[in-house]
Design a protein around this ligand. Structure first.
Ligand SMILES: C[S@@+](CC[C@H](N)C(=O)[O-])C[C@H]1O[C@@H](n2cnc3c(N)ncnc32)[C@H](O)[C@@H]1O
Length: 337
């Protein structure tokens, strides 16, 4: 085999990228990357296996693969993780973190029955036995970090509202990762998470057991029936999977108090920029994943238009890069419905 022409590069890059995704995911899953990120000196496989109680042969094989794939560096004294990769793959409190997204793709590739359902029209299996909710937890870690550390610092009025005490609704809350991250910073505010997936709601309740201002309830966005009582609604990577998006945004508008905030977080393609940039290629390339979940990828303009059509002020778009945008808008003051 040669890699002399552009087309064979596509195949080579795919194969190598596939294994790099798996090696990174396994390294996160079994704690190997974390141990390497904390080590002050290079480590041998035996030391890592001993500290994590893992099979030393498997750890040696992981290190061998990870070094071939340039995830770790082999030195004469053992293996080390470059600092920049520790930030990108391990530190989920850092806005540059991407490790969760890598795990998301590894976990989604375990659920091929969802693609059978899409291509062959077979009945969609329920999500309980699948890796979907675990994939969501991993894939959205970064969203929650950038919400707290990058978006909120730009929104002083919203921060003041949350400090003073607000009613916050996390619609499509999944396993409660956003509330777990945000609610402890605003003890005077009350956070309600709603999601149709029973397993995720159970996990959210478990995760937030020690957070007194958080509660979770089973429900669908389409059933929202609050009237003018909410100060902030967060829709975190949910809109893409909702069928009647406009009715849900209209219901969000009704649920909010005047001056209340809506924050929509979605991975979108940004056609204003080069559509072949890596981040756009990633979002466009993930279309089948969105479709296997019964959704579709949304464009930046689609989302802004849906929000404005519901009666909100034209949303401000905050580009977090990596394909992720926050759309922030408010219900106009003085509006009644
Ligand atoms: C990508 S996950 C995002 C979870 C969460 N917002 C977060 O940021 O961690 C999408 C979530 O949307 C939920 N969902 C799917 N259909 C929904 C609907 N009709 N109403 C509300 N949530 C829905 C799923 O159960 C899943 O938990």
């Amino acid at each position: 085999m040669t890699n002399t022409d552009g087309y064979s590069m596509v195949a080579w890059e795919s194969l190598i990228g596939f294994w790099r995704v798996w090696v990174i995911h396994l390294g996160r899953r079994y704690g190997i990357l974390e141990v390497l990120s904390k080590a002050r000196a290079p480590l041998e496989g035996g030391e890592i296996a001993g500290s994590l109680n893992l099979n030393p042969y498997a750890v040696d094989a992981w290190l061998e693969s990870a070094s071939a794939l340039k995830v770790v560096k082999k030195t004469s004294r053992g293996y080390r993780l470059p600092r920049a990769l520790a930030t990108l793959l391990v530190d989920d409190e850092n806005p540059k973190f991407m490790g969760g997204l890598v795990s998301y793709y590894a976990l989604r590739s375990l659920d091929f029955d969802a693609f059978d359902a899409l291509f062959l029209g077979e009945t969609h299996s329920d999500t309980h036995g699948s890796h979907l909710s675990e994939a969501f937890v991993e894939g959205t870690r970064w969203d929650h970090t950038v919400f707290l550390k990058t978006l909120l610092p730009k929104l002083s009025t919203l921060r003041r509202k949350l400090d003073a005490g607000s009613n916050v609704l996390d619609l499509g809350c999944g396993a409660g990762g956003w509330i777990a991250k945000v609610a402890p910073h605003y003890p005077k505010s009350h956070f309600i998470g709603v999601d149709p997936d029973e397993h995720s709601i159970q996990e959210a309740r478990e995760k937030c057991r020690s957070i007194p201002n958080a509660e979770f309830t089973l429900g669908r966005a389409e059933e929202l029936d609050f009237e003018g009582v909410i100060d902030l609604i967060y829709l975190g990577e949910v809109l893409y999977v909702i069928k009647d998006k406009q009715s849900v945004l209209n219901a969000c508008y009704r649920a909010l108090k005047p001056n209340g905030y809506i924050v929509v977080c979605e991975a979108v393609c940004d056609p204003g920029r080069n559509t072949w940039r890596d981040e756009n290629t990633l979002v466009r390339g993930a279309l089948l994943d969105y479709m296997a979940q019964g959704g579709r990828t949304l464009g930046r303009r689609d989302i802004s238009q849906l929000i404005a059509n519901a009666g909100f002020a034209k949303p401000r778009e905050h580009n977090m890069h990596g394909g992720l945008f926050f759309f922030v808008s408010r219900k106009p003051a003085g509006s009644t419905a």
